[in-house]
Design a protein around this ligand. Structure first.
Ligand SMILES: Nc1ncnc2c1ncn2[C@@H]1O[C@H](COP(=O)(O)OP(=O)(O)OP(=O)(O)O)[C@@H](O)[C@H]1O
Ligand SMILES: [Mg+2]
Length: 379
């Protein structure tokens, strides 16, 4: 079967993965931006140094040029200048040349550094741009997906609920079938087998002791009559025809008076309001609910007295089923793992399908009271 939980998990994980990538891209953009600031600061410094060194190189080149001119002049005129003058002029020109070369070297390095920084800056700018665009794109995608997927999430929830409800309806139907099968097997089916046997016996008796046949036939008649009652009861439980013919309140009244005849406990029926017909499916559902609650009283409550109260109001119907019996631990009974019956769950689901409210008040030794309220639309 298609696993809704797995899909839900995948959707959540996908959203988380996208959110994580968004954060990662955001980090990359942030780091690049910081690097960009550092590089542009350094570039500014280097640019300043470059123009400073150019200025210094120009100045030095001028001085060096003059020193070379002086050296030429001094070395041409041996009469005016001594050997020391020439040597000094030479030394000076040489020193200046060395200094100039050093400074030119430095200028070259600085220019190279500047070009490199400019390239880095361009690259970083592009990275930041791209990352920012990506962050906003992922943001849009995430919002879009988030909205859509959340919607999907709630849809999945609804489908899930519907699926579970369908499952428990099927389960309840299966339980009901089992119950009917058991009732037919234990009641009418056994009686029939018995009847066949006794009819057989009557036949034999006819030859041997014709005088005893009458008595036997009376017993046989009694047996048939009681299985007929059983069959009628099973049919009534399956689909109370009186419900279709007369409506909810008379059907419940009939059901309870049959019950009271059979059982020790007297279940009182109180009806308030005008007797109006409801949609057939609603009547059946409410009848089943009361039937189950009364069955539970019979099976579990050991009550001295009980009451079924039905109140037809203009827009809703309230039903109370209350007994003074043993009561029970509600949390334990409704806990998923420990449940062994489907009656109360069935009531809850029927009420849910009717968009009504359902509550149970009970505790061990305190009796049980079931309250149901469903909105109705009278025909
Ligand atoms: N009126 C009541 N008084 C005392 N105990 C009750 C009453 N109604 C329900 N219970 C307790 O709650 C349990 C669950 O009831 P529920 O109708 O769901 O199942 P069940 O009657 O045991 O089985 P099923 O209805 O499927 O034949 C019962 O087994 C019983 O212990
Ligand atoms: Mg029950």
């Amino acid at each position: 079967m298609f696993d809704i939980n797995a899909l839900d998990r995948i959707v959540k994980e996908t959203l988380e993965a996208i959110e994580r990538s968004k954060n990662q891209i955001y980090d990359i953009a942030e780091n690049s931006r910081l690097e960009l600031i550092r590089v542009s600061q350094e570039l500014n410094e280097v640019k300043k140094e470059v123009s400073e060194i150019i200025r210094q190189v120009d100045k030095k080149a001028l001085i060096e040029k003059r020193a070379r001119a002086r050296l030429m002049e001094v070395s041409k005129d041996f009469q005016r200048y001594t050997e020391k003058d020439i040597k000094d002029a030479y030394d000076q020109a040489y020193d200046l040349q060395v200094e100039l070369i050093k400074m030119q070297e430095k200028e070259k390095l600085l220019r190279f550094r500047r070009d490199h920084l400019e390239t880095s800056l361009r690259r970083l700018n592009a990275t930041v741009d791209r990352a920012e665009k990506l962050v906003s794109q992922v943001g849009v995608v995430l919002n879009y997906l988030g909205g859509g997927l959340q919607d999907l999430g709630s849809k999945i929830g609804e489908v899930h609920q519907a699926q579970q409800m369908a499952m428990s309806i099927i389960k309840a139907q299966e339980e009901e079938r089992k119950r009917v099968a058991r009732e037919i097997h234990d009641g009418p089916a056994q009686s029939m087998a018995n009847i066949v046997m006794r009819a057989d016996y009557c036949q034999k008796l006819l030859d041997l002791h014709p005088d005893k046949v009458r008595g036997e036939l009376v017993a046989l008649q009694e047996l048939v009559r009681s299985s007929l009652t059983d069959v009628r009861k099973i049919i009534f439980d399956l689909r109370p025809m009186v419900l279709d013919d007369l409506g909810l309140a008379p059907a419940i009244k009939r059901y309870l008076s049959d019950y009271n005849d059979q059982l020790g406990v007297q279940i009182e029926f109180l009806f308030i309001g005008p007797q109006k017909r409801l949609e057939s499916s609603v009547e059946v559902a409410l009848f089943r609910i009361i039937q189950e609650a009364v069955n539970n009283i019979r099976k579990h409550a050991r009550a001295k007295s009980a009451i079924v109260k039905m109140e037809m109001l203009p827009e809703k119907i309230n039903i109370y089923v209350k007994d003074d019996g043993t009561g029970f631990d509600l949390n334990k009974v409704m806990a998923d793992g420990e449940r062994d019956g489907y009656g109360l769950i069935g009531i809850r689901e029927r009420v849910q399908l009717l968009k009504g409210e359902f509550n149970i008040t009970t505790a061990p030794g305190r009796g049980t009271s079931i309250g149901i309220s469903v909105p109705v639309d009278y025909n």
